[in-house]
Design a protein around this ligand. Structure first.
Ligand code: CU
Length: 372
C-alpha cells in the first residue's frame, strides 16, 4: 500500500466518523419528490405555508418574502460566478433549517427533472399534491408574494407547448466527468440544465424566469436537484474538493466568504459535515428508452433576455448550449455519448493533486481531533 492509498483510506474512515460526530441531530435525507409519502409532502407544504403566513414585522413582509429578498440582494455574488453552486447550496440549507424549526421532520426534496425530461408536465411537481400553481400570465392568486411588488406567482408556460428538459443520460455524462475542472462543470450546469428549468417554468415574465425566482416554491426542488448534481460530481474520484483556480478571469478560492451565510466556500464543500444526504431515486427507470429518446424534442433554446439578465457572454453561452444539443442529437440517433461534455479545461492538473492530498490530510485531522 503506498502512502496515497493509505491517506485515502484514512480520509474515508475519517469522514465517516466525522459525519457521525458532527451531526448529533442525525443526517437529513433528501428524497426525490416522487419518493415522498403523502404525509411527508403535506408536512413540507404546511411548513412552507407557515413561513408564508408568519410576519417579519416589516410591513406585510413574511418570512418567505424575506428569503426571496435575500436571493435578490446577492444576485451578483451568486450567479455567473464560481460561487453559484456553493452559494445556492447554503441558501437551500438555510431555508431547510427554517422549515425544520417549524417542523423538525421536514427536508427539502429534489425534483429529478432528468427523469421527466420528455414529459415534464406529468411530474408530481405540477400536481396539487405539491403547490398546483396554474399557468397563465395573470398568475395564480393562491400563492401571493410581495417582491418586487405585490403579485400572484406567475408560471407563464403554455401547457400544449412546454419545453423538454435535459435528460438523465446527458446529466450523467456531465456528473461523471472526471477531467477535473470545476469552472467548466459549474458553467455547464448553470448555463443549460439550470436555465432550461427556470426559463421553461417561468416563461415570459414568470417568477422562475426572474431574479425573484424563489417566489415560486418549485425553486427549492429545482435547486436541491442542482445541488445533487454537484454532489454526484464531487463524489467522482478526486473531484470532491475541486474549486480553486482562475476561471474566466475570476479567482475562485476556498477561503472566499459566502455572504450572508457566515460561511466560506470550504465549509460548503463537505456536505457530509452539513448533515444532509441525497437518497437516490428508488426503483424507477431513470433512462428513457430509445423510442422515447427519438420522440423527445430538444429543449427550447434559452431566450437572450435570460442570458443578458445574468450578465453572461452570449457567444460562450451558445457554445455550451450547442455542445449539449449535439450530445442529445447523438443520443436520438443512438450514437455513443461523448465524454468531452464540459469542453475546454483550465490547466490545473498540478494544483489538483497537491490540493487533494492536502485536503485528505486536513479532513482526517479534523475528524480525529475531537476523539482525543
Ligand atoms: Cu439563484
Amino acid at each position: 500500500m503506498n502512502i496515497l492509498n493509505f491517506l485515502q483510506i484514512f480520509a474515508l474512515l475519517g469522514s465517516l466518523f466525522a459525519q457521525q460526530s458532527k451531526c448529533p441531530n442525525g443526517i437529513r435525507i433528501r428524497k426525490e419528490i416522487r419518493d415522498m409519502t403523502n404525509a411527508e409532502l403535506e408536512a413540507l407544504k404546511n411548513a412552507i405555508n407557515v413561513m408564508r403566513s408568519t410576519s417579519t414585522g416589516n410591513r406585510t413582509e413574511t418570512i418567505y418574502d424575506y428569503i426571496v429578498k435575500v436571493h435578490l440582494d446577492y444576485v451578483p455574488i451568486a450567479h455567473n460566478t464560481p460561487q453559484f453552486l456553493p452559494w445556492h447550496r447554503l441558501y437551500v440549507l438555510y431555508v431547510e433549517d427554517i422549515l425544520r424549526q417549524i417542523d423538525p421532520t421536514v427536508t427539502i426534496p429534489y425534483w429529478d427533472w432528468g427523469v421527466d425530461a420528455a414529459r415534464p408536465l406529468n411530474s408530481v411537481v405540477f400536481s396539487d399534491k405539491y403547490f398546483n400553481i396554474r399557468p397563465g400570465p395573470q398568475g395564480d392568486c393562491s400563492f401571493r408574494v410581495i417582491y418586487p411588488r405585490v403579485h400572484c406567482v406567475v408560471r407563464n408556460y403554455n401547457a400544449n407547448n412546454f419545453t423538454t428538459f435535459i435528460n438523465s443520460e446527458t446529466l450523467q455524462s456531465i456528473a461523471s466527468d472526471t477531467e477535473g475542472d470545476y469552472g467548466s462543470f459549474r458553467e455547464t450546469i448553470e448555463f443549460i440544465p439550470h436555465a432550461v428549468v427556470h426559463s421553461g417554468v417561468g416563461g415570459v415574465n414568470g417568477d422562475m424566469t426572474s431574479m425573484m425566482s424563489p417566489n415560486d416554491p418549485i425553486f427549492w426542488l429545482h435547486h436541491s436537484m442542482i445541488d445533487k448534481i454537484w454532489a454526484d460530481w464531487q463524489e467522482q474520484t478526486d473531484n470532491f474538493w475541486l474549486y480553486e483556480g482562475t476561471h474566466l478571469g475570476q479567482t475562485a478560492s476556498l477561503w472566499n466568504n459566502l455572504e450572508p451565510f457566515k460561511s466560506n466556500v470550504w465549509q460548503s464543500m463537505d456536505f457530509d459535515s452539513l448533515c444532509y444526504r441525497y437518497a437516490p431515486l428508488s426503483n424507477r427507470p431513470q433512462m428513457l428508452s430509445h423510442e422515447e429518446l427519438e420522440d423527445t424534442p430538444l429543449p427550447d433554446r434559452i431566450p437572450l433576455s435570460w442570458i443578458q439578465m445574468h450578465g453572461m457572454d452570449e457567444e460562450k453561452f451558445r457554445n455550451v448550449e450547442n455542445r449539449i444539443r449535439s450530445i442529445m442529437m447523438a443520443q436520438k440517433e443512438g450514437k455513443e455519448i461523448s465524454r468531452e461534455i464540459t469542453g475546454a479545461k483550465d490547466n490545473n492538473e498540478g494544483a489538483k493533486l497537491s490540493s487533494t492530498l492536502f485536503y485528505s490530510i486536513a479532513i482526517a485531522l479534523l475528524a480525529f481531533i475531537p476523539a482525543f
